[in-house]
Design a protein around this ligand. Sequence first.
Ligand code: PHE
Ligand code: ZN
Length: 875
Amino acid sequence: MPSAEQSAVEIRLEDYTPPDFLIDTVDLTFDLSPSQTHVRSQMKIHRNGVHDRALVLNGEHMTLLSVQVDGRALTENQYVLTETTLTIFDVPDQAHVVIENRIDPASNTALEGLYQSAGNFCTQCEPEGFRRITYFIDRPDVLSRYTVTLIAEADLYPILLSNGNPVAAEKCVDGKHMARWVDPHPKPSYLFALVAGNLTRITDEFVTQSGKTVELGIYVEAHNADRCDHAMASLKHAMRWDEQVYGREYDLDVFNIVAVDDFNMGAMENKGLNVFNSRYVLAKPDTATDGDYAGIESVVAHEYFHNWSGNRVTCRDWFQLSLKEGFTVFRDQEFSADMGSRAVKRIADVNLLRQVQFAEDAGPQAHPVQPKAYREINNFYTSTVYNKGAEVVRMLRNLLGADTFRQGTDLYFDRFDGQAVTIEDFVSCMAEVSDLDLAEFRQWYDVAGTPKLLVRDEYLEGQYILNIDQMVPESAKGHPYMLPFGFALFDEAGQPVLLDGKAEHILIVEQLSQSWTFSIEKNHADLLVPSLNRGFTAPVEVQYDYSDEALGVLSRADTDAFNRWDAFQRRIQRCLLGRIRMAMDVGSVGEDALPEDLSKAFGQLLLEAAQDPMFVAECIALPSENYLADQFDHDTPVEWIHHERARLRQQLAAEWESTLQLIYQSHDQDGVYRFESRAAGQRQLRRQVLSYLCSLKRSAWTQLAKEQFERADNMTESFNALVALNVSDSAEFEHVLTAFEARWRHDPLVMDKWFALQAQRSDENALARVQGLMEHPTFSIKNPNRVRALIGSFARINPLRFHDSSGSGYQWLADRIIELDAMNPQIAARMASVFNTWKRFDGNRAALMRAALKKIHDRPDCSADLAEITGKALG
Ligand code: PHE
Ligand code: ZN
């Protein structure tokens, strides 16, 4: 694929101008065939405003066949065609434009536009894929009504789908058939979709709050028909929830989901026709883990929620991406919290934010939630836009309170229905329904970086004084953030201390330095422990000088479950970082004993396992090697992080061995697998506990894991046994891996787990093994899921071997990225971001990582996607 696009120009938010023309209706006819699909587009357009500029249409990677304006064929001097545009001169103010072109879906490996997956046709248009289908004004503020006619061979492609409602279906004479779809809702081109293929349909229906029946369909390959129940149930829950919580009802007669194997992202919210990566649809107990079930529930909901937050009200331009994504992630997070355990969901979301978004914000790709400039918009589907964007919406909810926030969202949906709007429009609705001045709040959208809050406190004669100083990122130029800050106080015994008579406060922090004085009843100055940023009300780093004892109080007694978890994690992290620094100084792994308070807190948590197994499982999970690495800004000690983390795990396991065994046994479940909060919690707890036990490398425990694998009737327990055995490094591991492969080698989604686990294994053979697995019959470098499972897991979750000081991991990855770039630039660009951290390593590694980046970057045919990432990383 030609990609002389290195030099892609920078697009800036400040340069936004409205479109020169609008497209009122578009009538598309597709005559589908793998390497020669014929597209005919009839558009009614009109000039937007008073000007005499030409009509410029976007179009790439296709062959133009003809252009007509108002029934007259244009000759070649009436238009100009370039590699990316079709410019038509002298177009009347209102015109009827007809364009015919040809495309080649079979050779489309970028998976943007119209492509084939498993022999079926499907599309991906967000953000700029529609211009690979036909010539169009491919920007989100051009909203049109679509009529789509699909023609294809009836036996090969019996299913023909597009957006909206089906209006016609007919047999044609030549073995072909046709179907026509009309979408009554004007939409931007990025929400267009079509699917044609040989698929099985699973049906159900949903009656909306106003009594309309919606036909629901999930389309999959025939052999997957028994794996759709969970996605269907999730969809119906999401539809009900959006009515109950946001008053949003579905607006078409049908809602369809199609699962495809080759997909760059998780899923896509095309109007009435969501297209999903099959990993977020397909599940049955013996092939999918609890994690997969949870992922499906949230992604199905996320895409459904976009019907309002994204589709009915859409984005004016791509700088507004977080308008739909931040809001919709917030909505799906709250949905999942309502379906399962709220506290555990919050812990998982914050964990992700800290591990991925905080790291992004501290590195060379840092950008505001509303970016101000980009070269390739595909590179801005980031954790900052999605996850930090969701935190910003969550802060608005917390500042306004749930009821006022709902008034704000009602106003927003009502006022902007059918329009393409901005983040500013959303925030002004929130300001309008509340008494809040949100002018300062805007900084959350405009400035990159994670603010730090330095907290100090003081107790003085019946008064408790809290001080908060903001350390803002450089680009904030000294301006303070506005944020809600959950706060409570506990005494030494873990009893809440009332502040001005209240157990909990949400403070509004809005100055660089601020203090609050509360009256408290305590008469003596014993240990007072503040619980800060409760529930993680704001996406900030909080610094407070906690003693080990104070962290012990919070991890035992805080009434906010999130902060209990956080306190225990802080304690573990403090221990680990201290040990890692010591190992760096001394040059060897430490020998010091387990700190008593930490061990005691661990034991206390184990006692609660019966009460809330999932919460305890989250608490005792050690921080990841990557998260620990992020705490170093130079000379990241890859080896010591790995070894000290393993040593702490062994020490805790040795100390609590018999309790761990007891917990393991008492949470054994009999009966059939169900994805349900408590049962999933028990399985997660058993996974953690078994991993601790297996780290002791005793045959009693590896046997136990092997038995779990052999007895398991569901993928969660079966795979968790593998995870634990991996920690043990024992001979059983090989045995079980082989058995797993023998059973699942024909099921690529299941094999992704197997690939990922082997890529993560930290033994010395890691790279050679990964290289070998690329030859496995189930592996294909063309499939993004396989690439993420094998190549991505090695680069991201195996720091010890990826960062081997020889540079072998870096060189190997650089070559794979170059190979990928020729096929799928988006995936190549995503893989390249592991090199972002090169400056945080020692001189040797930094130089090797930089060399890998340069090798990727300095190629004349480096894609625009990849070049933007590597260019920024090189700095
Ligand atoms: N809009 C999709 C989502 O968040 C993500 C996506 C972006 C999918 C670009 C494909 C391409 O829900
Ligand atoms: Zn989304």
